[in-house]
Design a protein around this ligand. Structure first.
Ligand SMILES: CC(C)(COP(=O)(O)OP(=O)(O)OC[C@H]1O[C@@H](n2cnc3c(N)ncnc32)[C@H](O)[C@@H]1OP(=O)(O)O)[C@@H](O)C(=O)NCCC(=O)NCCS
Length: 184
């Protein structure tokens, strides 16, 4: 498996583009990660200040340098603005496995755009990185996320009880897995 050493390449689907995030995305990232609907099931609290974007960029750079994470901005094909993010993280080259994470601004939900964007990242993981297995950790109550994963071919493989503590809220994980030939 090749270890990624550079920013991820831009990838194109019918309606969306995945491109590397850049400094000009700060305000759009804030709009995304401060939205209560987006952060309802997230593993960290909603952002409350724009400066959180700087720490986010730092984490992306660390992951890129370590070869453990690749994050893309999701944009519409005919507009460059960031409307979401998708990442392959916990990339474990020795085991040819990684996790997938995604968020789309609520203004764009319900149109199949997340499905297109996440499919591009999964395809890249299997074809360019040579992954064998991709996992997703989602709250079992996060219906939109579970539906998205199942539409892409993920199988629900287990329930990990009380896995997360975010603020006062303890939550379970539904663990999903996707093998190369499962992808739809
Ligand atoms: C998870 C998330 C990305 C899903 O977004 P979404 O827009 O609902 O997902 P999709 O792209 O799969 O949209 C599919 C819906 O659009 C509809 N749709 C409309 N046009 C479509 C098209 N051309 N193709 C496919 N679906 C289409 C589908 O019918 C489907 O609706 P359904 O779920 O009622 O069946 C979004 O809810 C989100 O960002 N949540 C917050 C972040 C989060 O929780 N992330 C996961 C953490 S693990």
């Amino acid at each position: 498996m090749d270890t990624p050493l550079a920013a991820p390449p831009s990838l194109h689907a019918e309606r969306v583009v995945l491109r590397p995030p850049r400094a000009g995305d700060r305000a759009a990232l804030y709009a995304l990660y401060s939205a209560p609907q987006v952060m309802r099931y997230w593993s960290t609290p909603a952002w409350s200040e724009l400066a959180a974007a700087d720490a986010w960029f730092g984490r992306q750079e660390d992951g890129l340098l370590a070869g453990s994470a690749l994050t893309w901005a999701i944009a519409l094909r005919d507009a460059d603005a960031l409307i979401g993010t998708v990442s392959l993280h916990a990339i474990f080259p020795g085991q040819a496995r990684a996790d997938i994470g995604y968020a789309l601004h609520p203004a764009y939900w319900g149109r199949g755009l997340a499905r297109e964007a996440v499919r591009l990242a999964l395809r890249y993981g299997f074809d360019a990185l040579g992954l064998r297995r991709i996992e997703a950790d989602t709250d079992p109550g996060n219906t939109g996320s579970c539906r998205l994963l199942e539409a892409l071919g993920f199988q629900r493989e287990g329930l990990l009880r009380e896995r997360w503590q975010v603020g006062d809220l303890t939550s379970d994980t539904a663990l999903y897995g996707l093998l190369r030939d499962d992808l739809r």
